[in-house]
Design a protein around this ligand. Structure first.
Ligand SMILES: [Zn+2]
Length: 163
């Protein structure tokens, strides 16, 4: 039986992995090696592209302390040049695997034109995702929104949000 393609995987270029200079380094290559091993014909590396931040929950503060400022989590930009170079290396290393470029664009209905950071037209695949919901005048990740009945405000201490 032919295996289907995987149209949505992440690599070390997604900010929530810690980035390409973290322990996640090499994830894209390992994912491609595994894809070849199990017989996938193709995969799309759709790393996170989040333009807007959101109210940081307790989990955000614990996992990404360096990205939380003034109670908001601000994802760093996707390092598109490094990401594309990594895709090129994987294509060269695994010619039997079709490696597609892509991003997972968070809250695409809010961010408008992201061409200043990444030209979406040059990518093979763009996945739109909804990870945050409105909380008062702010936005928060959906998991946090469902874990509380009292929405936090920007003056709520981070340690008390979504706990
Ligand atoms: Zn994803």
């Amino acid at each position: 039986m032919a295996m289907p393609s995987d149209s949505h995987v992440h690599s070390e270029w997604s900010w929530d992995t810690g980035g390409p200079r973290s322990a996640a380094a090499g994830t894209m290559a390992r994912t491609c090696a595994r894809a070849v091993e199990i017989g996938l014909p193709a995969l799309a590396v759709t790393d996170h592209l989040d333009v807007e931040g959101w109210l940081a929950g307790a989990e955000d503060a614990r996992r990404f302390p360096a990205l939380v400022h003034d109670g908001r989590l601000r994802p760093p930009p996707l390092e598109i040049d490094g990401y594309l170079a990594a895709v090129d290396r994987c294509r060269a290393a695994y010619p039997q695997l079709r490696v597609l470029t892509g991003v997972e664009l968070g809250q695409p209905h809010l961010v408008g034109d992201v061409a200043g950071t990444v030209d979406l037209r040059t990518l093979d695949r763009v996945v739109g995702s909804l990870h945050t919901l409105p909380v008062g005048e702010e936005r928060a990740e959906r998991g946090g929104c469902t874990r509380t009945t009292t929405p936090p405000t920007s003056s709520t201490p981070i340690s008390r949000r979504w706990s």
